[in-house]
Design a protein. Structure first.
Length: 167
């Protein structure tokens, strides 16, 4: 790892460095598409929570009492809300790690443009951090999607059970 004076010199040099768009445009486009997908999953998860609340608030009271007294339906609705909430948390964490990964990616590009052999250790460190955060972001994106699937299944099973409750 470089010395503190190397970091200060690099920080000043990096701030003034003009990076050609061709060096980062494709990576930034891919990052933006990933963030847009994550955003859609986040909206679906938040919408799922709202749907459960809306439906429970708008059931006729006599039907709602029967539904809420059925333990299985209550557990299924509760579990679906928990799965939706975990999906929201996972989507937000994914966005955090993806942004961190992109920061380190751009930092590597800038350091490599300096063509300073003493920056190699710093580049390697940022590349490792970038890779770790990218893998975390990717795992969280998959987790978000799977939690949405689980939540949808749970709420679907709750509705199917509700259809067969005696009126």
């Amino acid at each position: 790892m470089g010395t503190s004076s190397d970091h200060n010199r690099w920080d000043r040099s990096l701030a003034k460095l003009n990076v050609p768009e061709v060096r980062y445009k494709a990576d930034l486009d891919l990052h933006d598409r990933s963030q847009a997908f994550s955003s859609e999953l986040l909206k679906l998860a938040l919408g799922g929570i709202a749907v459960v609340g809306f439906l429970l608030a708008h059931f006729p009271e006599e039907r709602l009492d029967r539904i809420l007294n059925d333990t299985a339906v209550g557990v299924l609705f509760s579990a679906s809300v928990v799965a939706f909430a975990l999906s929201v948390a996972s989507a937000l964490l994914q966005r955090f790690y993806a942004s961190g990964s992109m920061f380190h990616h751009l930092h590597v590009i800038k350091l490599s443009l300096l063509e300073d052999p003493s920056a190699e250790a710093e580049i390697a460190d940022h590349m490792q951090t970038r890779e770790r955060k990218f893998i975390q972001a990717h795992s969280l994106l998959k987790t978000t999607a799977w939690l949405l699937v689980v939540a949808a299944l749970l709420i679907s099973i709750a509705f199917i059970r509700m259809m067969f409750l005696h009126a």
